[in-house]
Each structure stands twice: as C-alpha cells, then as structure tokens.
Design a protein around this ligand. Structure first.
Ligand code: LLP
Length: 431
C-alpha cells in the first residue's frame, strides 16, 4: 500500500502485521507483499474491462515485474493470465499451476530451447521478428498448430524514461508495421502457425492516456488488414504501461480510467470499420503489483556533512532495488517504528554498496532517525526483486506475503552458501 497505516503502538502495519515484528521474525531487508492490495488491483482491472468492454477480455499479469511462484499463483487465482519473457519465467508460471492456455511468451530473442518449451507446453507465443517467425515455422511439425500472436512496433512516442520506452519505431522489439502485409502473407501460408492476434506495447510508467488511445486505434487498422489475408485474427493485446504514483507529484490515471479510454477507442474503431469486437487483452505489470509491496530495511551508519547533507545508510540498496541508480526513479520512505512522529529531518538514504550512486532516496523527509530504526520504502513491488542482483555478494532479501495478520515466506533469504553454490574452484587453483 502507498498509504502507511499505524497500529496502536504507532508502528507501520501491513496486512494486519506489524512491520517491525516482521523484521524481527524474518530478518532485514525484507520485501513485504500485501496480498489484499495485489488482489484488489487484479479485480480492478478485471472489473473495468467487464464494465467498459462488451466483448471478451483477458488481463495478463506482466510477470517480469515480479515473477515467483506465489505471485504467479495469486494472479492466476484472480483469473489473470501470465505474460512471461523467458524460459525461466515460463517455467515458474507453469510450476505455479497457471494454465498454459493463459500464458503468453514474449521476447525479442527467444532461444530454440525456450520456443520448444513453449510449444510443448501449449502456451501462446508472441512472435517478435522474421527470424523467429521462420524458426517457428520450421519447428512446428506437430498436428497441433502453434498458437501465435504477432508483435508490432506502432511508432507511438510516449513520455517516459528512454530505457523503458518500447513503442517508437527505432525499437528492438516487434515487426515494422511496413512489413505487415508481407508478414500476414507469410503466416497465412503456414498451416502450422495459427495466428490468433496482434500485440504491441509502447512503454512503461506512462501517465498520459493518449498514447494508448492512439495505439488502440492503430491496432484495429492492423486487425482489419489481417483479415484481408484470410487470417482468423481475433485477439488484440494492447500491452501494459500504466504508471503508478511513487511520490506525491506523480499523477497517473486510475486503472478504471485507463481501461475505459482503451475500450472506448477499440469499440469506436471497430464500429467504424464494421469489424466484430476482438478479444481484448492487456498486460499490466507495474500498476498491478508495485503498490502492494514495501521493502523494510534497518538503519545503520550515519554521516553528516555540515551544511551539505546527512547520509543515513541502510542494510540493502541497489542490489535489492536497482531502479534509482538505473532510471533515477524516485521513492517515498517512512520509519516503521516512528510513523506518527513529525518529519523534522531531511536526509539522503544511502545503500550499503561500494558505489557512490547507490542512493535510494535523495532528500527524504523523515522523523529524527537512529540506528536500528526500520526504514520502509513504499511501492517496491514492481521491478525490484525481479531486477535484484548479488552485487557485492549481498544475499537477496527474503519476501513474505501478509494477509489478515498472517505472514508467510514466499522467497527465502539467500545465504552465504547460496552465494557460492554455483562457484567452481578447479583443483589446480586450490590453496
Ligand atoms: N508487456 C510488455 C511486452 C512489456 O515489455 C512490459 C514491460 C509490460 C507488458 C509491462 O509493462 P508495465 O505495465 O509494467 O509498465 N524495468 C523497468 C520497466 C521495464 C518494463 C519492460 N516491459 C522499470 O523498472 O521501470
């Protein structure tokens, strides 16, 4: 949750659990996933599509935001499908019991091994480029044609960080729309490829609605073109990308507003083209999971540089949350054990890595902070654990899911033994 709630002790409480107690129990740093917030976001997406779209719809969770067994299982239990982008994510989703009929495999360079796993498990493959399309045509010998979607680059610009933009023409993802007729023609000649739909994704952490409106309208034109080739294309996947509020100044549309905007355009464009309504898919990642998780750290060292800055160091950093150093992302923090105290200090929260840029938050407004305090960074559910590393050989933190006052481990804390598990020391190097 993005709003921090205090319990009777004045401590931060999530899912009925006192965060300071969770840290005593499970250690620090700790990812804390609030099940109810995640389920609510899944329901909001589902309900909004049901409300604004008279045709069939399916929400997929873009699991790159946080792929692990428990998260896949929760999303699937809410009726969502799962978008995966690698053999590893696919394997996790399948192991979590997600129905292959609701799994979609993305990626601009899927290996033969990944494609084979996908074909054998019967998931839908989102073909990204010519090389892959030809590989798929050669791989498919079975009776059962491969269920395929085509990813296209719509050439739509949106205002977000350069590294997380994907829809502009100069993108490594997707077919060039100028090749569309050729692609459709090729696919229509492959009896083993069953092209069911078209996909596009324009970027992430987007606050405007117009880019997705434009995308929806372009995609309906593509759909019309596909049908000229006798392809039975009935699904449109509009991608993900809705932004979330990390800090007060962020102002994204609500899930409801975002879904409404897309549904209106698809309906209007289909009516204008006299096309039946396609099955409409979307694959949000961040907006489904970001606000349902926080990361709890323990405050340690302190350094005050007079007139310049106070650094407050925590026991994690860029290895468990690489977003600030990678994208200059901003976050908000609270002190779990001082929730109701006034914010009297401006401090910079530093990670513990040997790297000057390992700063989680610049100029955070906090109560007077001391070593041993539990500092909680809000809205860390998306692209934190999934992008975590072992830089400086820090073990990855544990994660718990909390609901109704109960906490269950969903990811074990790595140990030092885990860190050297894959290390090999050739005999001749032994001391
Ligand atoms: N579909 C496709 C094909 C995608 O590439 C992505 C995100 C999504 C859906 C989900 O987008 P979302 O709803 O989460 O915006 N690591 C970056 C974000 C990279 C997003 C990559 N693709 C970050 O931490 O901001």
């Amino acid at each position: 949750p993005l709003t921090a709630q205090a319990n009777s002790q004045g401590n931060l409480e999530i899912g009925g659990c006192d965060v300071t107690t969770l840290v005593e129990q499970f250690g620090s740093p700790l990812y804390i996933l609030d099940e109810e917030t995640l389920r609510t976001a899944c329901q909001q997406y589902r309900d909004s599509f049901a409300k604004y779209y008279p045709g069939e719809s399916q929400v997929l969770y873009a699991s790159k935001a946080w792929n692990c067994l428990a998260v896949c299982a929760i999303a699937a239990s809410e009726g969502l499908g799962i978008d995966v982008v690698s053999g590893g994510e696919l394997y996790t989703a399948l192991t979590a019991g997600v129905s292959p009929a609701k799994i979609y495999l993305h990626g601009n360079n899927k290996s033969r091994e990944e494609l084979t796993l996908a074909i054998d498990s019967g998931v839908t493959i989102v073909a990204d480029n010519w090389y892959e399309l030809r590989t798929l045509a050669s791989l498919s010998q079975s009776e059962q044609p491969i269920r395929l979607m085509l990813r296209l680059t719509p050439g739509i610009e949106c205002h977000t960080h350069e590294y997380i933009r994907t829809g502009h023409l100069d993108s490594k993802f997707g077919f060039d729309p100028n090749d569309l007729n050729e692609v459709f023609e090729f696919v229509s000649q492959q009896p083993n490829l069953n092209c069911v739909g078209l996909h596009a994704h324009i970027g992430s952490q987007i606050f405007e609605r117009q880019p997705h409106r434009d995308l929806a309208s372009v995609m309906v034109q593509w759909l019309r073109d596909a049908n000229k080739y006798g392809l039975n294309v009935t699904e449109l996947n509009i991608g993900g990308g809705l932004g979330i509020k990390y800090v007060e100044s962020d102002d994204p549309p609500s899930i409801d507003e975002w879904v409404k905007a897309i549904c209106e355009v698809v309906q209007a464009a289909c009516a204008a083209e006299n096309l039946p309504l396609p099955k409409l898919l979307s694959e949000p990642g961040r907006s489904l999971i970001a606000t349902s998780c926080v990361t709890a750290y323990t405050v340690g060292s302190y350094k005050t540089i007079p007139e310049i800055r106070t650094y407050v160091s925590i026991d994690g950093g860029m290895s468990d949350n690489p977003r600030p150093i990678t994208y200059q992302s901003v976050y908000r923090a609270v002190i779990a054990n001082k929730l109701s105290e006034p914010h009297t200090e401006t401090v910079t929260i530093a990670g513990k890595h040997c790297e000057s840029g390992d700063i989680l938050i610049k100029n955070a407004q906090l109560p007077k902070t001391e070593p041993g305090d539990i500092l909680v960074v809000m809205a860390t559910g998306a692209y934190n654990y999934s992008m975590a590393s072992n830089y400086n050989r820090l073990p990855r933190p544990a994660a718990v899911v909390v609901a109704n006052g109960e906490a269950n481990l969903i990811l074990q804390r790595e140990t030092y033994q885990d860190l050297i598990r894959q290390d090999c020391l050739p005999e001749r190097l032994k001391n």
